[in-house]
Design a protein around this ligand. Structure first.
Ligand code: PFF
Length: 382
């Protein structure tokens, strides 16, 4: 028999906001535009949309359903559901892998969120104004090569995340998404309307929606599938965890479609906000991970109102990352509470400390752990 839930969302809207908050994150605003840019635009976007509809919607329904039926963290929900179905005794390990994957993802996710957090005061204090490509590159390089600064912003981001998760389902998670999600949509719309007046929307639309199938390689298909999973927060137990707090009478197909539609709209809107700025400034859409941190500041520095827009943009990135980060931490916290006598607050702090420590390894791997890089030909971050 399924366990009784310890807490529930106060409404269906609260669930939609929280699950959309989990789905909408760095994946939509940082990763989607640069991966689409690198993969040639239209064809990648079409394959991505196809995966979202054909794989994303059914899997989203399945995760919410399993969460609501199990009413616990992913590991214990898996255990009880498997027992109920007469399946093997080891299924809980699959759920636990999701919990662990959440911690691992958060350990690098919060480092990138830290970059965005660092850029908010930079943008607000006018650092980008009139900056050259070289200056913007140096600004980014100075951040990446300064472990103390990286550690500071990463830690600050994790402290905020821990404080929200420690507050619990209603007073922490729900309250945070209630304010953060409308702020996120508002900022994104401001940026989109700004870009719509830039005169380069046509070029951005053509880039994103005119498929050139000669660019489709197995690698492009794989990254579109991966992008769909990552962007919808699927396979990590985050959505399953949020499903565990869902009232029993909510319609799962409707909720799943709403979350998938909102996430996809944000990814497309983010692309349509970013690419016109890229084209208007003669920048390269395939600039890679630096697209948002190196290319865009250059554009913000050259446009009227760039200081405000730049500040808004990086605030948007931080807000989006925060609502995803809480969904990555919550399964581990819920699991820890269930299997110990820890209070929610202590469990959140301990899980946060674990994520922070793993994050420091990532940070030092950028430049302080050359031996690791030589041995494995990539950094821990890679
Ligand atoms: N969906 C988030 C994004 O697009 O940034 C990332 C993410 C959150 C992945 C939660 C997985 C997860 F469980």
């Amino acid at each position: 028999m399924a366990a009784a839930p310890s807490a529930l969302w106060s409404s269906r809207l609260a669930f939609v906001l929280a699950a959309t908050g989990s789905a909408v994150g760095l994946g939509n605003i940082w990763k989607f535009p640069y991966v689409a840019g690198e993969s040639g635009g239209g064809a990648f976007v079409l394959i991505y949309l196809f995966c979202v509809v054909v794989i994303g919607v059914p899997l989203m329904m399945a995760e919410i359903l399993m969460g609501r039926r199990g009413r616990q963290n992913p590991a214990d929900s898996f255990r009880d559901l498997a027992a109920e179905a007469g399946a093997g005794r080891w299924w809980w390990l699959v759920g636990l892998m999701g919990v662990a994957a959440g911690i691992l993802i958060l350990s690098f996710y919060s480092v990138i969120a830290g970059w965005a957090l660092a850029y908010v005061p930079s943008a607000a204090s006018g650092h980008f104004d009139g900056a050259s490509a070289e200056f913007v590159g140096t600004l980014f390089g100075n951040l990446i090569n300064n472990p103390a600064r990286l550690a500071f912003w990463h830690t600050l981001f994790m402290v905020i995340t821990v404080c929200i998760v420690a507050g619990g389902v209603e007073a922490g998670l729900e309250k945070a998404v209630k304010y953060l999600m409308p702020a996120l949509f508002g900022i994104l719309l401001i940026l989109f309307f700004y870009s719509a007046t830039s005169g380069y929307m046509g070029q951005a639309l053509a880039f994103m929606f005119t498929p050139d199938f000669s660019k489709v390689t197995p690698q492009v298909i794989l990254s579109a599938v991966g992008m769909a999973f990552f962007s919808l927060s699927l396979g990590m137990g985050a959505i399953m965890m949020y499903g565990a707090y869902l009232p029993s009478d909510a319609s799962i197909p409707k909720l799943a479609v709403s979350v998938v539609a909102a996430d996809t709209c944000v990814a497309i809107l983010a692309g349509l906000a970013i690419f016109p700025i890229v084209f208007a400034n003669d920048l390269a859409p395939g600039a890679g991970p630096g697209l948002v941190f190196e290319t865009l500041p250059l554009a913000f520095g050259q446009m009227t109102g760039g200081t405000i827009l730049g500040t808004l943009f990086f605030t948007l990135l931080v807000v989006a990352a925060l609502t995803s980060a809480i969904s990555l931490l919550e399964p581990a916290v819920s699991w820890a509470i269930r299997h110990s006598s820890l209070s929610r607050g202590t469990a959140a702090i301990l899980a946060g400390l674990l994520v922070c420590s793993l994050g420091y390894l990532t940070i030092f791997s950028f430049n302080q752990l050359p031996d690791f890089k030589t041995l494995f030909d990539s950094t821990i971050f890679d």
